[in-house]
Design a binder for this molecule. Structure first.
Ligand SMILES: Nc1ncnc2c1ncn2[C@@H]1O[C@H](COP(=O)(O)OP(=O)(O)OP(=O)(O)O)[C@@H](O)[C@H]1O
Length: 314
């Protein structure tokens, strides 16, 4: 950790502040100078391809990895220096089916209750009903979705200030996924609480998150809000005026996709000159950018930039 590294100063209250965090495993970079601020009271989505570094970042937030380079603050504290102080204020659920299978739902609740001073017994009972969980059922007799619900119950029944979910919906049926999303929304409806949610399922992220950070190759390549996304970018659909299979060339336009003789691409709204573009291409329509299209376009641009950099270094 370097004392000289300071968190960005523009956020008044941040549930999570990560500054200059790097981590390698056996020489392979998993996190590369990651800086991220999760404002309090938001539902913050963390998206990225497999291996982008999401879980490694989250493991630093819950204190299971110590920052060897960079700085991590969760609810204002260092999760490694003060694990008890931080962990009792957060809820955590991972995609891993890691709860002990031999335990009964009631035993899991009793055991977890003892760890949290803010445990809300009435809320836990309400969640048991909502998730159709019986205290006497062993986790081994529940389905994967049932065990995910039990994990969710013990992650939120102490009404955490920060709920961290690492791919919670992976491999679950649509009803279990719906329960998880509703729990996220319920958590955030308690004033000032924050949810950090990593997922591959962009439609879910789009539905619940107000902020989204895109990770790629161990870096956060862009953070946006739903409002910023529609204000900053548009998707354009167009045709070449002269028939050709060559990829169009136009500054500031990226994320090309071909469909028949039509192309679609993404462009920064403030950099797009419709008249200049229309002198070369036949513009068919412009439309707001979806989160999924933004994700694919930004990831492919980042990969293309990395390839160019590599070529320049040869
Ligand atoms: N304990 C470890 N030992 C060695 N390599 C690791 C370890 N943990 C993560 N990695 C590597 O670090 C990189 C980032 O992995 P990470 O699990 O953080 O990505 P992710 O974005 O969560 O991926 P996924 O969506 O598949 O879960 C990957 O290349 C992974 O193989």
């Amino acid at each position: 950790m370097t004392d000289a590294i300071q968190p960005p100063s523009f956020v008044e209250t941040a549930a999570v502040e990560v500054t200059g965090l790097s981590r390698s495993f056996r020489g392979k970079v998993a996190l590369d100078e990651v800086s991220m601020v999760v404002p309090s009271g938001t539902i913050f989505g963390l998206v990225g391809l497999n291996g982008a570094g999401k879980t490694t970042l989250i493991r630093h937030l819950i204190g299971s990895l110590k920052a060897t380079h960079g700085r991590v603050r969760v609810l204002g504290d260092d999760p490694v220096a003060d694990p008890e102080g931080v962990l009792k204020r957060i809820g955590y659920l991972t995609e891993e089916d890691s709860l002990p299978k031999w335990i009964r739902v009631g035993e899991l609740i009793d055991f977890t209750r003892a760890l949290y001073p803010t445990w809300d017994e009435a809320y836990a009972a309400q969640l048991c009903d909502l998730f159709s969980l019986s205290r006497s059922t062993k986790l081994s007799s529940l389905s994967k979705g049932g065990r995910a619900r039990a994990g969710l119950l013990v992650a939120i029944a102490h009404r955490p200030e920060l709920l961290i979910l690492d791919e919670p919906s992976s491999g679950l049926d649509p009803i279990a996924r719906r329960d998880i999303l509703e729990a996220i929304i319920r958590t955030i409806n308690d004033d000032g609480r924050t949810v950090l949610f990593s997922s591959h399922l962009l439609d879910e992220v789009d539905r619940v998150c107000d902020h989204v950070a895109l990770m790629h190759d161990g870096r956060i390549i862009e953070t946006t809000t739903s409002n910023d996304l529609s204000a900053s970018y548009i998707e354009i659909v167009f045709r070449n005026r002269v028939p050709t299979i060559a990829k169009p060339q136009f500054d500031g336009v990226f994320g090309w996709q071909a469909s028949g003789d039509e192309w679609s691409a993404v462009v920064k709204s403030d950099a797009f000159d419709r008249n200049v573009f229309a002198s070369t291409y036949e513009l068919i329509e412009t439309r707001p950018l979806s989160l999924e299209r933004w994700f694919a376009a930004r990831v492919s641009r980042s990969a293309a930039d990395a390839a160019k950099e590599e070529l320049a270094n040869v």
